[in-house]
Design a protein around this ligand. Structure first.
Ligand SMILES: Nc1ncnc2c1ncn2[C@@H]1O[C@H](COP(=O)(O)OP(=O)(O)O)[C@@H](O)[C@H]1O
Ligand SMILES: [Mg+2]
Ligand SMILES: [Zn+2]
Length: 440
C-alpha cells in the first residue's frame, strides 16, 4: 500500500472537501477526497456512488466552469443538472469519462478521437512518396485532402427513383411516394402549376425532356406557368428538391412518416471515386512502403503497431514513437482489434470510454480531476489489469482520479476508498467507510 496521500503531498490543501451533499439519495454526506491519488467509490448498486462522484463532484466542477463564462455564452451551454451540495473545496478542472457513446458525427473516427490521426498525417507529409503536400492534404476533414465527390464522408447518398416514383400515376394522382409531394401540398402545387406537364398524363408516358424536367430541373425559368405559380419563383425537379432538402440539409426534427419515407427512398452507397477511403486521389497516391494513409487506418491497431515498429525513419522518429505509444495504449485497454477508421459513434459504451481515456493519456495538463463511472464493466478480466495501469498512469501524472467501481482488482489499487450504503435508494446514501483499502 502506498503512503497516505496527505503524507506524500505534505498535508493541507491536498483534499477535495465535500460538505453536506444531498444530491438524489445522498444523506448530507461529508467526505474528503485526496488529490493526486486514486479514490474508488464502492457500494451496492443504487447506493449513491454515481450521485456522489458524478452528479455532485463532477457536476459542481462543471457548474463553476459554466459560471465563469459571461451569460451570453452560458445560455448556449448544454444544461447540466444542479448538484445539491452546501460546499465543495479544492476542486480542479474536471473531466468526466463516462460510458456515453460518441454522438452523431461521421467525421470523428478512432484515429481522430485518440489524436493519432495528426501524427499519421505528419508522417505521410514528410516521407510519403510522392508527397501530397502539408499535413492537411492527408485529412478527409480538410478541403485540401477530402475526396471531392463525397466531401470526405466515404459514402454518397442519393434518391432511389424506383422507390420514389409510381410511374403509373399522373401528377393529379400523386406520382411521388413522399409526404411532402402529396397532392395539395405546396411542393405538389409547383409541379401542378408549372405549365410544363399534362397533369393527367402518367409519368410512364412522359417524353424524355418532360422526365428530365420533372426530375432534374434546377432553378428553371418557366416559359408559361399557371397564374397560381409564384411570380418570381424558379422551378426545381423532384430529385433536385429531394437532394437539397433531405440529403444536403436533412431536417433536424421530422415526423415519423417523413423519417420512414427518407429511409425508404434515400440510399447510401460507398463513394465510387475514393472507394470509401474519404481522401482525394493525391492523398491516396502518396505511399510509404506501398501503403497509403487510408491503408494504414484500415489496419487493426495491432497490425498498424507492428508495422510502425518495423518502420524506422529518422525524419519522423518522434511522430512514429508517439503514434506507437498511443497504439500501445489502445492495445493495453483491449482495443487492439479496432481499426483507426472506425466511426466513433459506432463504438459501444465500454469501447467509447476506453477510447476517451487514450485521448487524455497524452495530455500535458496535470492537476486535472478525472471521474470514471464503472470503467471495468464489459471488460475481459485480463483487460481489467490493463485498465488499472492506465488509471495509475493518469494518477502518476499528478492528476486526481475518482472511480465508481466494484471490481476487486481496481479497489485493491485504490489509495483511498469511499464506501456508500448500506442499501439502495432511500436505504443508501450514507458513508459506511472512508480510508485506505487495507483498513476495513
Ligand atoms: N437523476 C436522478 N433523479 C432522481 N433520483 C436519482 C437520479 N439518479 C439516480 N437517482 C437515485 O439515487 C439513488 C442512487 O443512484 P446512483 O447514485 O446512480 O447509485 P449507484 O451509482 O451507486 O448505483 C438511486 O435510488 C437512484 O434511483
Ligand atoms: Mg452508478
Ligand atoms: Zn469519396
Amino acid at each position: 500500500m502506498r503512503d497516505r496521500p496527505d503524507e506524500r503531498n505534505g498535508g493541507r490543501g491536498r483534499w477535495i472537501v465535500v460538505e453536506r451533499a444531498a444530491t438524489h439519495n445522498l444523506r448530507d454526506v461529508c467526505v474528503e477526497i485526496p488529490k493526486e491519488a486514486l479514490t474508488v467509490f464502492t457500494g451496492v448498486s443504487g447506493s449513491g456512488k454515481s450521485s456522489l462522484a458524478l452528479d455532485t463532484v463532477a457536476a459542481e466542477a462543471q457548474r463553476l466552469v459554466n459560471d465563469s463564462y459571461p451569460s451570453f455564452v452560458r445560455n448556449r451551454l448544454p444544461h447540466t443538472a444542479q448538484p445539491d451540495v452546501q460546499r465543495i473545496d479544492g476542486l480542479t478542472f474536471t473531466v468526466l469519462i463516462d460510458q456515453r457513446r460518441f454522438t452523431g458525427n461521421a467525421r470523428s473516427t478512432v484515429a481522430t478521437a485518440t489524436d493519432i490521426a495528426p501524427l499519421l498525417r505528419l508522417i505521410f507529409s514528410r516521407v510519403g512518396e510522392p508527397s501530397a503536400g502539408y499535413s492537411p492534404a492527408y485529412s478527409f476533414n480538410d478541403p485540401s485532402g477530402m475526396c471531392p465527390d463525397c466531401e470526405g464522408l466515404g459514402v454518397v447518398q442519393d434518391v432511389d427513383l424506383d422507390a420514389l416514383l409510381d410511374l403509373d400515376r399522373s401528377i393529379d394522382e400523386g406520382p411521388v411516394r413522399f409526404p411532402a409531394f402529396r397532392p395539395g401540398t405546396y411542393r405538389w402545387k409547383r409541379f401542378a402549376y408549372s405549365g410544363l406537364f399534362d397533369r393527367s398524363k402518367p409519368l410512364r408516358d412522359y417524353t424524355e425532356q418532360e422526365m428530365r424536367d420533372f426530375l432534374f430541373a434546377d432553378q428553371m425559368k418557366l416559359p408559361a406557368p399557371d397564374p397560381r405559380f409564384p411570380k418570381t419563383a424558379r422551378f426545381d425537379g423532384v430529385v433536385t428538391r429531394m437532394r437539397d432538402v433531405y440529403i444536403r440539409n436533412p431536417p433536424r426534427s421530422k415526423s415519423k412518416e417523413t423519417e420512414e419515407a427518407m429511409h425508404r427512398v434515400i440510399t447510401t452507397r460507398t463513394c465510387p471515386l475514393c472507394g470509401g477511403a474519404r481522401l482525394n486521389q493525391a492523398a491516396l497516391a502518396s505511399l510509404i512502403d506501398g501503403r497509403s494513409i487510408a491503408d494504414w487506418t484500415a489496419l487493426s491497431v495491432d497490425r498498424l503497431h507492428d508495422l510502425l515498429t518495423d518502420l524506422r525513419d529518422h525524419r519522423v522518429a518522434p511522430a512514429l514513437s508517439e503514434a506507437r505509444r498511443r497504439l500501445e495504449a489502445l492495445r493495453s485497454v483491449g482495443l487492439g482489434y479496432l481499426t483507426l477508421d472506425r466511426v466513433s459513434s459506432t463504438l459501444s459504451g465500454g469501447e467509447a470510454q476506453r477510447v476517451k481515456i487514450i485521448r487524455y493519456l497524452g495530455s500535458p495538463l496535470s492537476s486535472v480531476t478525472y471521474v470514471f463511472d464503472e470503467p471495468s464493466s464489459g471488460l475481459h478480466p485480463h483487460d481489467v489489469r490493463r485498465l488499472t495501469e492506465l488509471l495509475l498512469r493518469l494518477r502518476d501524472a499528478a492528476n486526481t482520479v475518482l472511480v465508481v467501481e466494484h471490481h476487486p482488482q481496481v479497489i485493491a489499487l485504490a489509495d483511498h476508498v469511499v464506501d456508500l450504503g448500506p442499501g439502495a435508494g432511500r436505504q443508501g446514501g450514507g458513508i459506511l467507510f472512508e480510508g485506505t483499502a487495507a483498513e476495513p
